[in-house]
Every structure is written in C-alpha cells, then in structure tokens.
Design a protein around this ligand. Structure first.
Ligand code: 0O2
Length: 221
C-alpha cells in the first residue's frame, strides 16, 4: 500500500497515546475512590501519594530497540505494557498487598500479571509490587483494552528507587561497583526501617486496644 502521510502518522500516534491516557484515568479514578472512602470511613488511608505518567515516545522507542520488536503501533500495544504507569506510595509493606488486592478484585479490571519484587527483590535491591492490568476503554465505536502498570511500594522503597533510577541514568546503566554495593546496602536498611515502623505501629495499636475508651472502663474511686 501507499506510505501514510505525516499527518496520518501523527493522527495515529496521538490517538494511540490518548487511549493510554483514558485507561490510566480509569484506574486513577478507582484509586481516588478507594482513597476518599478510606478517609471517610477510617482515620487513615493506606495510600500516601499517587503519581502517574505516560511513557514518552522516545522511551517507548528505547524499549522497542531493547526488546528487538517491530516499531509498529499494534506490536507496541501488545508487547510494551508500561506505557501507562501509576505509582502508589504507602506507609507500610502490608498496605502494598492490601491495595493490590483491592484493585485486583475489581470486576472490570483484568489482572494480567503480578510481579512481587517485595518478596523477591531484584539483585540490585529493588523492591516494589508491580501489577499489570488491562482496562476496557469505551470509545464511540468500539472498546479498546489497554495495559496499565501499577507500581505499589512504601515510602522507604520509593525513596531508594528514585535515587537508584537517577544514578542508573547518570551512568547510563554502567554504575560503578562501589555505588552498586552501597545502593544494595541502602536497600537493606530501607527494608529494616519498614520492618521497624510496622513493629512500632503494631505495638501502638495493641496498646490502644487495651486502653479504656472514654466513658468506659475504670470508674475511678
Ligand atoms: P520508567 O522511567 O519508570 O518508565 P523491563 O521494563 O523490560 O526492564 P519488565 O519486566 O518489562 O522489565 O518490567 P518491570 O520489571 O515491571 O519494570 C518496569 C519498571 O519498573 C521500570 O520502568 C521502573 O519504573 C521499575 N523498575 C524495575 N526495576 C527497577 C530497578 O531496578 N530500579 C528502579 N529504580 N526501578 C525499577 P522503566 O521503563 O525502566 O523506567
């Protein structure tokens, strides 16, 4: 067939990106609902912050090269599953699993894969829970299924991962050995901090459970 015109290519790319934005918006709304419901019914929400991004065309093309796949929109749609990315930061490790479970049990989301780098960290020390979902996007004339990657991790894991990501790019992937070793050590300390914080929380909540509530318990004489 004839080569598509530049205008046509641009239209196709914009449409492609728009579908990911729609899919991401759907999942973001679900997260907002969970968050607001928690704030309403309890005194705390397990969700601390939510960040999101659409992968740039440039970064998509890097991945096309790395995967050695055809630079074709329909191939990219099938093979690259983190074009729409959402990151949820929470306080405690147990919250990560809890949030993942609440999302994964929603009937209109299809869970494609769960990568648990919390229980099995990457060799560099990276920890995070990755959930790859497929979301239906209802367009005027059809329904499109789009992948959305949700990364869920604690504040401590997130602190580590943002620094590691910057360093990795600073050295274009060739990080000096001593820095690799120090980063690994820092990841272990972040994990120790997460354990300590959970332990403190548990002790405080068991004390709270024992304490008499106002108006009950000791009558004081
Ligand atoms: P960005 O800038 O976040 O978009 P692959 O993507 O092929 O390397 P896979 O199995 O397809 O690996 O995906 P995986 O393991 O779920 O990882 C995808 C994303 O997780 C990455 O996206 C990072 O956001 C994050 N991630 C994974 N491993 C690490 C790590 O060791 N350190 C940090 N800081 N982040 C990690 P991108 O596209 O690499 O980057």
């Amino acid at each position: 067939g004839a080569m598509p015109s530049l205008t046509e290519i641009r239209r196709q790319i914009t449409e492609f990106q728009l579908h990911y934005k729609f899919g991401m918006d759907q999942v973001l709304t679900k997260i907002t609902i969970l968050r607001e419901e928690f704030e309403h019914t309890r005194d705390y929400s397990p969700i601390e912050h939510v960040n999101f991004r659409l992968k740039s065309l440039e970064r998509i093309m890097d991945k096309v090269q790395r995967y050695g796949i055809e630079p074709d929109l329909s191939v990219i749609r099938d093979r690259i599953r983190d074009i729409a990315g959402i990151r949820i930061t929470c306080s405690f490790v147990s919250d990560s699993y809890w949030i993942a479970e609440m999302l994964c049990s929603q009937p209109d989301l299809r869970v494609i894969e769960v990568k648990d780098y919390i229980s099995r960290p990457k060799p560099n020390g990276y920890k995070s829970l990755h959930v790859i979902l497929q979301v239906p996007v209802f367009l005027s004339n059809r329904t499109e299924l789009v992948y959305v990657e949700v990364q869920i991790r604690t504040v401590a894991m997130d602190f580590w991962a943002s620094l590691e990501h910057k360093i990795y790019y600073t050295y274009s992937g060739e990080v000096p050995d001593d820095i690799v070793a120090d980063l690994y050590d820092a990841a272990q300390r972040a994990a120790a901090l997460d354990r300590q914080m959970a332990d403190i929380r548990d002790r405080v909540s068991s004390l709270k459970a024992q304490a008499p509530k106002p108006g009950e318990g000791a009558t004081g004489d």
